[in-house]
Unconditional design. Structure first.
Length: 261
């Protein structure tokens, strides 16, 4: 493998995804992984593994920015990590053990990816309804139950992200807003991004150990996505979320259904 063999086409894809991430705030995995599988024909394992390390790099930068501005609640991050780190390690061990014994591990990853994309679309389209439905129950929960629920959420995200690279963005944020309605949204966003760093890094390293990372692809994607995120963030104030997010959600749902069926 030629590590420094840049492909401009992949960088253009990274630029496009970066702009959409900057505009909508939806995690790059929801956009990049299906693009690599469906448009460029990468094996699902390679797409997932490469995207995980890609996400760990971009979210490290995001965490540094949020940390500088004090918009990370490290208590929430610790609770999420208490569930996600063990779940990620166990999922990777299970994948490494079962992978050679499965007839088509790529099919398994494709199904999980499709399911995660449909869940992400639901979380985007129906976030307000989800929040309203769970609000009365959350108000009655004490901190111990919220703590336990956050650890369980982390475990679910650890398993989902390790298998599909999708889930820590829209799905995780929706659940965090439900569990912590009194925390400012920017602190929840910062906490979600900070938690995604160890999650995606551990999962990415695990996929690397299994030979499922293409470093040429990774560097090409980063070369385009970093400026793309900056551009998208700069123009996000000029585009209404009411227009962008439904279009994005429907697109993710269609792609997810295509992967599933």
């Amino acid at each position: 493998m030629r590590v420094f063999d840049f492909n401009p086409l992949y960088s253009i894809a990274g630029l496009a995804v970066g702009i959409l991430v900057g505009l909508t705030g939806v995690g790059g995995g929801s956009l990049m992984t299906p693009l690599l599988v469906l448009a460029f024909g990468f094996h699902p394992a390679t797409a997932v593994g490469t995207d995980l390390l890609y996400a760990s790099a971009t979210k490290t930068v995001g965490t540094a920015v949020h940390g500088f501005h004090g918009t990370v609640d490290w208590r929430v991050v610790r609770r999420l990590a208490a569930g996600s780190v063990p779940a990620t390690i166990l999922t990777l061990l299970g994948l490494a053990y079962a992978g050679p014994r499965l007839d088509n591990v790529g099919h398994l990853l494709t199904v999980v990816l499709g399911f995660a994309l449909v869940l992400t679309a639901v979380a985007i389209l129906f976030r307000r309804q989800i929040l309203d439905y769970f609000a009365p129950a959350i108000d009655r929960m004490d901190d111990r139950r919220v703590h336990r629920s956050t650890v369980i959420l982390g475990a679910v995200l650890g398993c989902l992200v390790s298998l599909s690279s999708v889930g820590a963005g829209a799905i995780g944020m929706t659940a965090l807003v439900v569990l912590y309605p009194r925390l400012p949204v920017n602190r929840l966003v910062g906490s979600d991004i900070a938690h995604a760093v160890p999650l995606t890094l551990i999962a990415g390293v695990g996929h690397w150990a299994m030979g499922s990372v293409d470093f040429s692809l990774l560097l090409s994607l980063l070369a385009g996505s970093v400026p793309g995120i900056v551009i998208g963030s700069l123009i996000s104030t000029r585009v209404s979320d009411r227009v962008l997010q439904p279009i994005l959600a429907v697109t993710l749902a269609v792609v997810g259904a295509k992967l599933l069926f």
